[in-house]
Design a protein. Structure first.
Length: 361
């Protein structure tokens, strides 16, 4: 699963417009820290532009250091401890240590970020490798590369030997926010430093069948929560991008010709909130046998019981497949209004998504 934690795609437009930014990336942590390895933030003269490396005093110190580097144009490794005490009025009391890479020239890596964004658009995972050469104590040198499955190596055999096993492991066992820090000393090139490997996954896909009031509200929440949102409705007047501005994709037409063409995978979340029982059942029949991470359908207990009996009697689903359907959909928070119902569904999506992530860690 992916989250909105990956800020690299959204950096492209900012970096194209202006060169004066520092890209801060947490590359190592020990103990309790406000953010973990892989967290990134883009910092300009006006302060934080995107992402985060921890908030509070931690982020303030990073911003202050970054503003110095904006003038010197020198990249640095920034380390500090968070061992303060409340009684002494300390600002950083988490108890851990953080090492943050401050890249004073992230614009040089625009081609790599563009490759990364293109892969994610095709729903393809990959590894962002950041090579940091610390052999020059005055200024670290930074090189970035993007790898997907089956990528060809153009590096020395010595580097490949040190890095390839970790890249293969990350790609074969994708876990949200997974990363590796590997110390390197390559004699043939004189490189001394480390490689920071980040597994970057596409955003989880939220497919909403039904563009009525609940579907529209859920699309807004889904986008806010970091999903790639697709909304479908068989009524063209409802499947209107202007009515659902938060949707990445809006589809209309018969199920088989539009909604049914979506490639549902194990990072797909499907919510069925159409205009009636018949269209609910049609959408559910299409997807109940898929590997979707979540399938939820709105409906009263009476409707659900009738539909379950119909699906099992007609052989449209096995008991095991039906048991995977979250229906009535949403966490029980006593929701009454459209907005409250959408929030209850969104909360259930987050709960399931995070539980899947936890199970894979």
């Amino acid at each position: 699963m992916s989250t909105s934690a990956c800020i690299y795609p959204e950096l492209i437009e900012l970096l194209q417009q202006h060169a004066g930014y520092v890209l801060a990336t947490v590359v190592n942590t020990q103990g309790s820290t406000p953010q973990k390895s892989g967290s990134s933030a883009l910092i300009g003269t006006a302060g934080l532009m995107a992402g985060t490396v921890g908030g509070g005093m931690t982020e303030l110190k990073v911003i202050q250091q970054s503003k110095i580097l904006l003038k010197s144009k020198e990249s640095k490794l920034f380390s500090f401890e968070l061992h303060g005490e409340i009684a002494r009025g300390s600002d950083s009391i988490c108890g851990g240590n953080m090492t943050i890479l401050l890249d004073a020239s992230p614009r040089l890596h625009l081609p790599v970020f563009t490759q990364l964004k293109s892969s994610l658009k095709q729903r393809q995972k990959g590894i962002l490798m950041t090579l940091v050469d610390t052999s020059d104590q005055e200024q670290v040198k930074i090189f970035r590369h993007w790898f997907t499955d089956g990528a060809n190596w153009s590096f020395s055999e010595e580097l490949k030997k040190n890095i390839e096993p970790a890249i293969s492991e990350l790609l074969q066992n994708p876990v949200l926010n997974a990363n590796r820090l590997i110390s390197l000393k390559i004699n043939e090139t004189g490189f001394a430093g480390f490689a920071f490997l980040e597994l970057i996954l596409p955003k989880p896909m939220l497919v909403i069948a039904g563009a009525g009031h609940i579907g529209q509200s859920l699309a807004h929440l889904g986008k806010f929560l970091g999903f790639e949102v697709t909304v479908w409705d068989d009524r063209p007047e409802y499947a209107d991008q202007t009515k659902i501005p938060d949707a990445d994709i809006v589809l209309s037409g018969a199920v088989e010709n539009s909604l049914g063409q979506i490639n549902i995978q194990n990072d797909s979340f499907l919510v069925i909130v159409t205009r009636g029982h018949k269209s609910d059942a049609e959408a559910l029949r299409r997807f109940i046998g898929t590997s979707a991470a979540y399938i939820g359908m709105i409906g009263s207990k009476a409707k659900v019981a009738q539909m379950k009996a119909s699906f099992l009697e007609n052989g449209w689903a096995t008991p095991e497949q039906w048991a995977r359907v979250y229906t009535p959909v949403g966490l029980d928070i006593g929701a009454k209004t459209v907005e409250e119902i959408a929030i209850s569904i969104a909360a259930e999506l987050v709960k399931v998504k995070n539980q899947i992530t936890k199970n894979h860690e």
